[in-house]
Design a protein around this ligand. Structure first.
Ligand code: NAP
Length: 251
């Protein structure tokens, strides 16, 4: 049996890209997965695809909602417990990207970027931890970015939000490690998803050329990192930030 087989998991932002790949990987490993996304059409398409690839219909479900909205997140966790009766893994993955010179970033741009990433991860942890404390176990994986480790011109609000996620992860890991909850982050490098296709072609070409591996990663590469952190093989990983990043950032 695969080590992810026992999980009852929530994956946010599972309607496309990395989140969809994480849901797919966990479900194929045997987990029961509750997907979240803000867009019903895309997350329903992921559910239908997984069922047609052989995943049991009662192992995959979704709840539409905005990760930065308290009521939506409360409903996501309530629905998961109602549907599966349990929760062992939360992957806070939903995210947005916006490329702009810092001087053009509006107050609304700033607030939305921080809300989706930082408030979204905060709420995912806020609703998961009390349940995990009662059980004395649980795993949370927060999606940062290598840009939160090194900074990024024209992506200042994005990189700031991702750096905050690393700080949130390390602090919660220190607070709850001894309670049986393992909290880690991932900091992917450039991965072939719609999010990165939104960046300019010049940026993408320059980035690919400078990567030690010479190419971007795929969503399934990030899903493999999540599957590892969700497994017992990662039992001593706490407060870490793992980097599936084609060698772009070496720490
Ligand atoms: P993606 O393909 O755009 O997927 C992100 C998903 O999150 C989309 O389905 C999106 O829906 C959804 N979403 C956006 N805002 C949401 C909200 N408020 N509530 C719920 N769902 C929401 O992007 P991705 O590349 O897979 O990115 C996934 C995560 O990895 C993000 O946190 C991103 O910052 C991080 N990351 C990506 C890369 C990369 O190179 N791709 C690198 C480092 C980190 P809509 O499409 O409707 O907006």
């Amino acid at each position: 049996m695969n080590q992810s087989a026992h999980h009852i998991a929530i994956v946010t932002g599972a309607g496309s890209g990395i989140g969809a790949a994480i849901a797919e990987r966990l479900a194929h490993d045997g987990a029961k997965v509750m997907m979240n996304d803000i867009d019903e059409v895309s997350v329903k398409a992921v559910k239908d695809k997984l069922i047609s690839s052989g995943i049991a219909a009662d192992h995959i479900a979704y709840q539409v909602g905005d990760v930065s909205h308290e009521g939506d997140m409360q409903a996501l966790f309530a629905r998961t417990l109602e549907t599966y009766g349990e929760l062992s893994l939360v992957v806070n993955n939903a995210g947005i990207l916006q490329q702009k010179a810092f001087v053009d970033v509006s107050y609304d741009d700033w607030d939305k970027m921080i809300a989706v990433h930082v408030r979204g991860c905060f709420l995912g942890c806020h609703f998961a931890i009390p349940h995990m404390l009662k059980k004395g176990s649980g795993i949370i994986i927060n999606t940062a970015s290598q840009l939160g480790q090194i900074g990024a011109a024209e992506l200042v609000h994005y990189a700031t939000a991702k750096a905050a996620i690393i700080g949130l992860t390390k602090s919660l890991a220190r607070e709850y490690g001894q309670s049986g909850i393992r909290i880690n982050a991932i900091a992917p490098g450039p991965i072939n998803t719609d999010l990165v296709l939104g960046l300019s072609k010049d940026w993408r070409d320059a980035k690919a050329a400078q990567l030690p591996l010479g190419h971007f990663g795929e969503p399934s590469d990030v899903a493999a990192t999540v599957a590892f952190l969700a497994s017992d093989d990662a039992r001593i990983y706490v407060g870490q930030t793992l980097g599936p990043n084609s060698g772009d950032v070496m720490l």
